[in-house]
Write a protein that binds this ligand. Structure first.
Ligand code: AHM
Ligand code: MG
Length: 339
């Protein structure tokens, strides 16, 4: 086997290609890596200690927070605060953004947006979950508290994005705009090793991922597209295969490696779907594009959407390039909403 490369070594080697880089992003990765290790430890013993189940608290979006949601949020926040370079954070689990108060953090150039534990309904049943992160340069002046404007930036302004997936193994996958790279965690020594360099998503896949229980509430274009996926056309490898874990990170990760399309469309009563633009959609959209795929709200590029609020939701179609284009063509041809 060829020599193993650690995440740190890989980042340093990439940095050497960009001598102008100050290494601050490396510190942010160090913080995320630390949070990932702590979460990995807790998630792995979830059945043994009192971390599963609801915390009894609702988040600002009216969803029940799981104990591990709250734990993950605290760990990510603490790790980011401790390293400096990050002046504030916004999280799916916080009502508003958090401005770090100490002068060292306030001198930081960056803000981080995160879904600290995505797929939380899967925690109690031992199914893959993940942590999603997204890094931006702040807009406000250095050495002052961050402001809302620092967080309401379109996804095309991201400087780093990625996720940690806690699955059959734990992986950290990220982009800084030079491809998408994946690292697998070796828990026996606490190190992430490069396992998936420069991931490319196939232009065409055979997997579609959607909560089909919502079928009757979907827009006409999505209904027609789903019937298209199910048609028997062997020369086009249809019918496609349906795979839906219900953890965005896990569904995205599988489709990234194998090719496929993940959808969370608008539906009756939820014109913007369920997923959050800033914490979930933007980071994965940039990763999809960096891997050769595509991400849209059915009509426009996710990364070009100007956010107007922190917890904004957006319909989401992400994955293999040709599959996203196909579903968009159905949405255009059959523009009606749910009946
Ligand atoms: P969460 O961030 O509260 O866990 O919600 C997001 C999750 C995604 O991971 C997943 O794809 C989707 O919600 C599943 O929703 P549904 O149960 O409606 O299919
Ligand atoms: Mg989520």
């Amino acid at each position: 086997m060829s020599q193993l490369i650690t995440l740190d070594e890989f980042i340093i080697s990439k940095q050497a290609e960009h001598p102008e880089s100050t290494g601050e992003l490396n510190q942010i990765f160090a913080a995320i890596k630390l949070a990932a290790k702590v979460l990995n430890r807790e998630i792995n013993k979830a059945g043994l200690v009192d971390v599963i189940g609801s915390s009894g608290i609702e988040n600002v979006q009216g969803e029940q927070q799981q104990k591990l949601d709250v734990f993950a949020n605290d760990k990510v926040k603490a790790a980011l605060m401790a390293r400096g370079h990050v002046a504030g954070m916004a999280s799916e689990e916080e009502d508003s953004f958090v401005a770090f108060e100490d002068p060292y953090s306030q001198s930081g150039k960056y803000v981080v947006l995160t879904d600290p534990l995505d797929g939380s309904s899967n925690i109690d049943v031992n199914v893959s979950i993940g942590t999603i992160f997204s890094v931006y340069r702040r807009k406000s002046p250095l050495n002052s508290p961050v402001v809302l404007e620092d967080f309401l930036q379109p996804g095309n302004q991201q400087v780093a994005a990625g996720y940690v997936i806690f699955g059959s193994s734990t992986m950290l996958v990220y982009t800084t705009g030079s491809g998408v790279h994946g690292f697998t965690y070796d828990p026996s020594i606490g190190v992430f090793y490069l396992s998936h360099e420069n991931i490319r998503i196939p232009d065409q896949g055979q997997i579609y991922s959607v909560n089909e229980g919502n079928y009757l509430k979907f827009p006409q274009g999505v209904k027609r597209y789903l019937k298209y996926c199910q048609e028997i056309v062997p020369e086009e490898n249809r019918p496609y295969t349906s795979r839906y874990i219900g953890s965005l990170v896990a569904d995205f990760h599988r489709n990234l490696l194998k090719g496929g399309l993940y959808m969370y469309p608008s539906y009756a009563n939820a014109p913007n779907g369920k997923l959050r633009l800033l914490y979930e959609c933007n980071p994965l959209a940039w990763m999809a594009e960096q891997a050769g795929g595509k991400a849209t709200d059915g009509h426009q590029r996710i990364l070009d959407i100007e956010p107007t609020e922190l917890h904004q939701r957006v319909p989401y179609y992400i994955g293999s390039h040709n599959m996203v284009e196909k579903v968009e063509s159905f949405l255009q041809e059959f523009p009606g909403g749910a009946e």
